[in-house]
Design a binder for this molecule. Sequence first.
Ligand SMILES: O=C([O-])CC(=O)C(=O)O
Ligand SMILES: [Mg+2]
Length: 225
Amino acid sequence: MENPHPHNPTHLLARLKKISSSVFADVMAINNVMDYRVKPVNYSEPLVGRVRTVSLPKGDNLFLHHAIYQVEPDDIIVVDGQDYKEAAYLGELMAGAAEALGVKGIVIDGFVRDKQELGQLKIQIYAKGFLPSGPSKEGPGSFDTTITCAGAMVAPFDYIVADEDGVVIIPREDAEEIVEKAEKKLAYERNRLEMISRYRNQQITEEKSAIEPGWLREKLEKYNL
Ligand SMILES: O=C([O-])CC(=O)C(=O)O
Ligand SMILES: [Mg+2]
């Protein structure tokens, strides 16, 4: 792939880190949001960063082993494991090696194992569940190609925001526009939270309608409410 290192994304990442997956989901298409079953297995903080992609044949993790030694520190590896349920794609050895190499997170459409040990690691792992059975290591697979993972389209060097609600993908070419929309939505939400809090603390003594969302009345009109 040409130009794998676009302009310095530090500033963009700082903005992404302030916004939740849910706010991003509100300003993007549904195919930017992964299936609800992909969830953190050892959550400590939101996982935000630059994506590298892997796709695997069902039950085989050779190309994930490969990717762990190719990516750069702070990258997040997103793995299409095709929702396979009969083998785990990763365990404590791979996760530990990836953590030692500075990989920030691994997100898998599939299962992992060594739940207890993953819980001791800082690297953030997302998966659909746990299973003791291990994978084969024969390949083939792909690294740094456009994939789908748990219903989301993911290209190498896209951005990811993941937290306890789930995982969203922010396409690199639209990232600036999406983060601007998300910042506006966040400002709106903060404003409403502030109103709700003031109402709760009785700092505003107006009617209940003071904390209604601005769009509510109009939407209810056709129901004569
Ligand atoms: O067999 C594998 O490749 C996955 C595994 O158990 C580990 O990383 O500990
Ligand atoms: Mg193991």
